[in-house]
Design a protein around this ligand. Structure first.
Ligand code: ADP
Ligand code: MG
Ligand code: MG
Length: 893
């Protein structure tokens, strides 16, 4: 028979899914022999049935009754007995901590009669009894019957002011009794019935209310934010009450076994005498620091410290604790492994290693790539409380301020003069790139987390707020919420929160980035955080099997990524090398009338490309560099159709010479595509435009030979994009091999040729393709786009919100790999590729390479490396180490 109720003595800390975190840990403490009031837990299973059917599972009532009877026997009191009542708390407790999101009711079992019994129990303490009763009506009213909380609050205020007192503790028994009367009135007015007097009825209603609180709006919102599954349900704990509101020798408190902000060990916490439950955190009176408890009640204090040490040793981690002292007797009411800041996660893990509590493997599992990411961004110092003028999507974290500019050209110009600038655009496009590079940060009024601005900014580790849709961007000013911000005015943008501020908000740089940059020697830095990061990263590298490369298109990026620990370049895009000044050469190439004109254009591009590659190969000397042949549709390099059409029309009007413009316009018309992402791009370009790939292959090989001649060790890998059939690759390969053989001579340079796997057909015919490829690199962006049939630039704004709402996916498949579908394509291609060519090198490039969850997946599939933007390299390194430890752990099981 399924069991729906567990006594605290029957559970343990590993039963969180069933008993919730609170219940599992109460059971664990009970079994450790710590002073926990008796009680039992109703499982999440029962809650799920309740939420599905509107009532608890069959047999639940009987089980609860049996456990309640046991509890009553153990306590020697009956629930709500008029002469000597047992009171209980009814407490929520989900598998994941959802602080303050759900409900708890204390003092259940009190009514008009048992309030007198409670007073007698406490030696004639009427004040305490009425205080407990008014708390019950208030909590029950709010939680179970949705009575607005401020109505009770007002009645309490009135009671205090009419007696001229300031604090609730100053209210005497008569005042509290009167308050109970007032509360009951509020209750009846709002519910249409009197406060329930039957103790068991109170308890049952409270249990159901806790079940229901799982689906309260704020709980739903919180879960969505924290990516907690919606179908877990909460457990309910019924706990015998202990009382901190019995007088000055009683009280209640919270404690941490070390500082959750910094990780420093010590005694941290707050205590409030003569108080109950939430009073400490609700800030109703000034609390004492935990140290001060020593002077008040040395015995309880000493016992608490001993218990804290026991818990730390047992959980081998920072614990947070709730306790109550009832007339000098200490009771433990809750513990859990405490939440902490990203910085504390690292320092605590390192400290626990020093203290011999955990080993480095374990330390590595205690931190996450997301936490490391947080530590890498500069932050605003919000001490002065600046007011935000608007809020957009925090698309690329960081804190940046600067003068507003509205064009990429101005950004470059002003930055060149030493100004810090924020580039403000309605949205960005590839032509804005130089401006984005020059700017401290980017603000757009349109587009979401995968808009051009967002993706490029994240790639560069540049602060970006996008989709600030209240911002009206004009030519040389923008307006928002009544503010007019002119070019040259200073604003600050927070890429984590999406907030935008007027003026300069001061920033703090991240020590962790300084450390990765090599500006901080971890041995000399007395910063415990830097030391901890260094230690854990070093360990991650020693453990990981998956290598981490970077996406980099310039020597500068390559150099930085190398400092960040990249073990090569997994994706060097060549299209950026066709922008800027070189645009005119590309135009010549596209508009060429005949082979000679085309060859001239290519000949002019060759040395430029060669220089680019040489620069990159030098920075990555000794490490592999995967260069992708040109990928995007060529019309991206030409002016837009509309722009040209207007130009030509205007020029004709004026009777000006338009031959060149007209030719360009014709070309643009000819090349216009309905679905450019599925059109003439990637390998298709190479097969259609004679000499284009050949030029690139030559430039790559010549650059490699040049580096070898300098005594360097180039390791070029040529990657052909968008292959769907092995024949495409074979054709490119045949031409490339001739050029390579010709250029390499006796330089000893070796050039690999491989392909991206980004078209589903390529994944499904990987066995054939592997015959012609020395490596595969999964282009998971395109593979996701084509696997789902999602146009990446359109879908996110259009309907992803609805898909997320419906739970069709929990997270955008462009952010984290869709394991079941796109991931399956990766698996198939990996297996069949390696069957055809044992030892086939496998990697992934694209945004997923830097996503923690995806990194774990790529480790499982057995890829050799992931490649991600320079700033994500440390994150991927950390996750690669964690993935290795996790899979070793699961092998043991
Ligand atoms: P939360 O999940 O919001 O922390 P809890 O269930 O822990 O809610 O309860 C709220 C407050 O009531 C806590 O301060 C807790 O210590 C106190 N409390 C809960 N049960 C009891 C009890 N049986 N006796 C005394 N205080 C209790
Ligand atoms: Mg609690
Ligand atoms: Mg692609």
């Amino acid at each position: 028979m399924v069991k729906f109720v567990y006594d605290f003595s029957e559970g343990n800390k590993d039963l969180k899914d069933l008993l919730g975190g609170k219940g599992a840990n109460l059971a664990e403490m009970t079994n450790l022999g710590l002073p926990v009031p008796a009680g039992f837990t109703i499982t999440t299973d029962a809650c799920r049935t309740f939420l599905r059917t509107g009532h608890g599972p069959d047999g639940l009532d009987t089980e609860i009754a049996a456990h309640l009877a046991d509890l009553e026997a153990a306590m020697g009191r009956k629930l709500g007995d008029p002469n000597d009542p047992l009171l209980v708390s009814v407490r929520s407790g989900a598998p994941f901590s959802m602080p303050g999101m759900m409900e708890t009711v204390l003092n259940v079992g009190l009514n008009d009669e048992s309030v007198a019994g409670l007073s007698r129990q406490a030696g004639g303490n009427d004040r305490f009894a009425w205080d407990s009763y008014r708390r019950l009506i208030q909590m029950f009213g709010k939680t179970v019957c949705d009575v607005p909380g401020d109505e009770f609050e007002q009645a309490l205020q009135h009671a205090k002011s009419s007696r001229g007192v300031h604090d609730d503790v100053e209210l005497d028994a008569a005042a509290l009794q009167e308050l109970v009367g007032a509360y009951k009135k509020v209750f009846a007015e709002h519910t249409g019935h009197d406060f329930p007097q039957d103790p068991r009825d109170q308890m049952d209603q409270a249990v159901e209310a806790v079940f229901r609180s799982w689906n309260a709006d704020r709980a739903v919102l919180y879960r969505r934010q924290e990516r907690i599954p919606a179908d877990l349900g909460t457990a309910v704990n019924i706990v015998a009450m202990v009382f901190g509101n019995l007088g000055p020798d009683s009280g209640t408190g919270v404690a941490f076994t070390r500082d959750p902000a910094t990780g420093e060990s010590g005694i941290y916490g707050d205590y409030l005498a003569n108080a109950q439950g939430e009073d400490v955190v609700a800030g109703i009176r000034n609390t004492l620091s935990l140290h001060e408890l020593e002077g008040l009640d040395k015995k309880s204090y000493d016992e608490l410290l001993k218990i804290m040490a026991t818990l730390e040793g047992h959980y081998r981690d920072l614990c947070d604790i709730e306790f109550t002292i009832e007339r000098g007797k200490l009771w433990m009411l809750q513990t859990r492994v405490g939440k902490r800041t990203a910085a504390a996660a690292f320092t605590i893990a390192a400290q626990l290693v020093d203290e011999g509590m955990i080993d480095l493997d374990e330390a590595l599992t205690r931190v996450t790539g997301a936490q490391l990411g947080q530590l890498m961004f500069p932050r605003f110092d919000l001490a002065e409380n600046p007011a935000a003028i608007t809020r957009g999507v925090g698309a690329s974290p960081g804190a940046a301020f600067g003068e507003v500019v509205f064009t990429a050209a101005h950004a470059v110009e002003k930055a060149g003069q030493g100004h810090k600038v924020i580039l403000v655009r309605r949205e960005t496009n590839p032509d804005d790139l130089p401006g984005m590079i020059a700017a401290q940060g980017i603000l757009t009024s349109r587009g979401g987390k995968t808009s051009h601005a967002a993706v490029v900014a994240r790639g560069m580790g540049k602060t970006c707020v996008c989709g600030a849709d209240q911002v009206e961007v004009g030519r040389d000013e923008f307006t928002v919420a009544g503010h007019v911000v002119h070019e040259g005015d200073v604003i600050s943008i927070d890429g984590t929160t999406g907030r935008v501020y007027l003026g300069e908000v001061p920033v703090r740089p991240s020590e962790v980035v300084q450390y990765f940059e090599g500006d901080l020697d971890p041995a000399q830095a007395n910063d415990p955080l830097v030391a901890a990061v260094h230690r854990i990263m070093t360990h991650a590298d020693s453990r990981s099997r998956l290598r981490v490369r970077t996406n980099a298109d310039t020597g500068l990026d390559a150099a930085r990524a190398r400092r960040f620990g990249a073990q090569g370049i997994g994706l060097c895009r060549t299209e950026h090398m066709f922008l800027g000044d070189r645009r005119s050469l590309v135009e010549r190439l596209i508009l060429a009338h005949n082979p000679t004109e085309r060859r001239d254009a290519l000949d002019a591009l060759l040395p430029l490309q060669r220089a680019d590659f040489l620069d990159i190969f030098r920075e990555m000397n000794g490490l592999p560099v995967t260069v992708r042949l040109i990928d995007p549709p060529l019309h991206e390099f030409l002016p837009s159709l509309e722009e040209l059409a207007v130009q030509v029309a205007v020029a004709q009007e004026r009777g000006e010479e338009v031959e060149r413009e007209q030719r360009m316009l014709n070309a643009v018309r000819r090349m216009h595509e309905q679905n450019p992402m599925l059109g003439l791009r990637g390998v298709r370009l190479g097969l259609v435009i004679p000499g284009l790939f050949a030029m690139q292959v030559r430039a790559i090989t010549e650059a490699a030979v040049a580096l070898a001649a300098e005594g360097g060790r180039p390791r070029p890998e040529i990657m052909v994009p968008l292959v769907g059939a092995v024949q495409e690759l074979e054709t490119v390969r045949a031409e490339a091999e001739k050029i390579i053989a010709d250029v390499v001579g006796d330089s000893g340079v070796e050039v690999l040729i491989g392909t991206m796997i980004e078209v589903p057909r390529a994944a499904l015919t990987a066995g054939q393709i592997a015959e012609a490829a020395e490596f595969f690199s999964f282009g998971t962006n395109d593979l996701t786009q084509m696997g789902w049939g999602f146009s990446r630039d359109d879908v996110e704004g259009a309907f992803f919100w609805r898909y997320l709402e419906l739970g069709i996916f929990g997270i955008s498949p462009f952010e984290s790999i869709d394991r079941d579908g796109v991931g399956r394509l990766v698996r198939i291609a990996s297996e069949e590729g390696r069957q055809a060519r044992p030892g086939l090198k496998l990697g992934v490039c694209g945004e997923h390479g830097g996503d923690p969850d995806s990194v774990h997946f790529f480790h499982e599939v057995g890829l050799d490396y992931v490649s991600c933007s320079p700033f994500r390299v440390p994150i991927a390194r950390l996750e690669a180490g964690r993935a290795a430890i996790e899979s070793a752990g699961s092998d043991h099981r």
